[in-house]
Design a protein around this ligand. Sequence first.
Ligand code: NAD
Length: 373
Amino acid sequence: MHTAKKFGGSHTHYDAGLLAKPTQHATLAHQHMEPIPATLVPGDGIGPEITDAVVEILDMLGKPFIWDIQQGGIAAARESGDPLPPALLASIRRTRLALKGPLTTPVGGGFRSVNVRLREEFKLYANLRPARTLLAGGRYEDIDIVLVRENLEGLYVGFEHFIPIDGDPHAVAISSGVNTRAGSRRIAEFAFDYAVKHGRKKVTIVHKANVLKALTGIFLETALDVAKKYEGRIAVDDRIVDACAMQLVLKPGQFDVIVTTNLFGDILSDEIAGLVGGLGMAPGANIGMDAAIFEAVHGSAPDIAGKGVANPLALLLAAALMLDHVGRGDEATRLRSAIDGTLRDDKVRTCDLGGSASTKDITQAIVQRITRR
Ligand code: NAD
């Protein structure tokens, strides 16, 4: 188990199992309902609008977090010349817990993705993306799938180069993937622990071990070995990634928790978000040995920034995951049921969900549901 000494944090300590195992401090915080120090990054584009909405709603829920507000991304680059300023890193090292608005990454040139740098800096090895149907009447009903993606290894390690031939500097492109036994074991244990903690029945291991026999074979072999420890409690099966992608649209009800490697997880998690109505309602958690960072899956949506129409629900659902993570499941449940009621019964929906509500309208509707009880 990781100790918090490394970062000198005295307030909150979470271990590698995180969502599965809030540590003593989280439990104490839960018992006494003390507010928990956390870093808040408003982010770029629609980020400040949706973080304002989330903070207002959490305040009504009883202020579970004390925010240390820090700039990152374009806003920070403008202020200090650095999109990932030392003050932001120091804050996350201290709180080990952050809610992050979307950050703009320049395409083609400019600075390196702040999201990737944060993942590496805090060794955020697990990317958790739960997706469930919130709005009836879509293409699928009753989707409830949790995807656990390995976040640091695989083809995303960036070991890439070109070989020039006959004057063409890019004649051949080479990329190497790296999956380790330890990394595969860590993410598989995370997925099975999550399944146990959250009353799930089955974990599906997704791979391409028929072709990438070493790179994804090691992942399958290790995850199957981990599964033995959970025999009798959590069922296990496995799918080749292409078959899994097809089965997800044909018969999504067969999936419960999916655990997979970095690139496959990146693709499948967006496919799964599509099954429940798109990115506007997809939350994500990046969890590691040193910290946990919660965010919406969508980006900074520059096309609608400043117009007051952004949907804050993905970031709000990320805040619910954050509440689960620190052992405040009751507040997470209250928050989720206020969101459900607002969408289903009050029918207050933003444009991306086919409605006409503004960010302020949906925020007020959720606040009313929370305060009504
Ligand atoms: P995007 O997710 O920002 O937008 C895609 C489309 O979805 C747009 O039409 C947008 O208006 C809509 N949309 C997104 N979120 C919405 C919301 N909450 N409510 C209503 N509509 C919403 O993707 P993009 O345009 O490809 O990326 C924009 C920027 O965001 C890029 O710089 C990209 O690198 C960055 N990005 C950041 C993150 C992150 O910080 N985690 C994730 C993805 C993209």
